[in-house]
Design a protein around this ligand. Sequence first.
Ligand code: PLP
Length: 395
Amino acid sequence: MRYDFDEVTDRHGSNSVKWDLCKDPEVIPMWVADMDFKAAPFILDAVRKRVEHGIFGYTHPSPSYYRATIDWFERRRGWKIQPEWITFISGIVPALSIAIEALTESDEKVIFQGPAYNCFYSCVRNNGRILLENRLVCDNAAEAPSFTIDFEDLERKCADPKATLFILCNPHNPSGRIWTREELTRIGEICLRHGVTVVSDEIHCELEMPGYTYTPFASICKEFEDNSVTFVSPSKSFNLAGLEIANMISNDPAKREKMDRVINRWEHCDVNQIGVVALEAAYTAEGEEWLKQLNAYIHENWHVLRDALTAVPEVKLCRLEGTYLTWLDCKALTARGITTREAQDSLVENEKVWINSGTMYGDGDYMRINLACPRSLMKEGAARIAAGLRRLLDR
Ligand SMILES: Cc1ncc(COP(=O)(O)O)c(C=O)c1O
């Protein structure tokens, strides 16, 4: 079946963070990481059936929920998970906080790779841990800039006796990288060598551009599986973020027990029953086909943006391997004394398009653009972004 990603649905007035936080209805929002596509028809059918039942009491995922999750990762990635390894949770951000609290002591240090998803910074800070950033390195030599890992710096940071946790983002938001098996293996070996536990946030794992394949970190070898906790969710790839459902996966009873204690202490034990139903409907053969078409559509949207930006050769669009969030090198702006924060505000006010300054993700030389929208919006949004950047650079 062909799915229609061209359909435009008005999200104004739907309590949408992305669409309703801006008071000007003319603005096209291309910031918050959710998609402007309706959930897949087979997910809507399952949700509708549940809603028609009419009773929304407390919920407890049934064995079919675990089976759907296990089969999904085994079929698609060859990763064999056992049911008892799975702990359901309402989201990945709460899971990150739980892992930091459960798996580190208060004077310990947490490493991750900046620029990074903003909640990585806040989760470490809010839990009173010390942050060590292993900054990614921009490779400008490539046709489209991309990012590599500074493994020597990572080794040095992991060798700090107080560094005990590494938060991996696989695929990586906001750089758009999908880490290769070789890169993941080097990360895993460094962490093992220094006794650093890996928390792998794999929320973007289904969003792969043609030619790139995501590998679950824990699937690489038993040693990595033993030394890690993996967080997954259908929320990004199937656009279910508001249904608040995710899974924490660990083969290690000791880590699970520690995290369970925090979950109970923080009274974080419940999930949304509609989310449970949606996950089961998503993790199916129909879900696989829908994703295939979605990824091709997002890839084409990236090309629409790239074509529009030929009018602004001073800015450089980074290569997109995974996620629907693309990272734009705006050093040409900052070199002229225009911060990306000013550029963000100026584009909202003048061209009526909202993209994020990279300051939110720890690098003010970049801006982040959400590509997950119908083609007509993408074309209009891309034209507005290009016009706004051209205006700022020419002023
Ligand atoms: C890397 C990463 N982790 C977690 C989240 C949010 O997770 P959740 O909404 O499940 O708390 C996002 C959202 O953009 C993200 O990019």
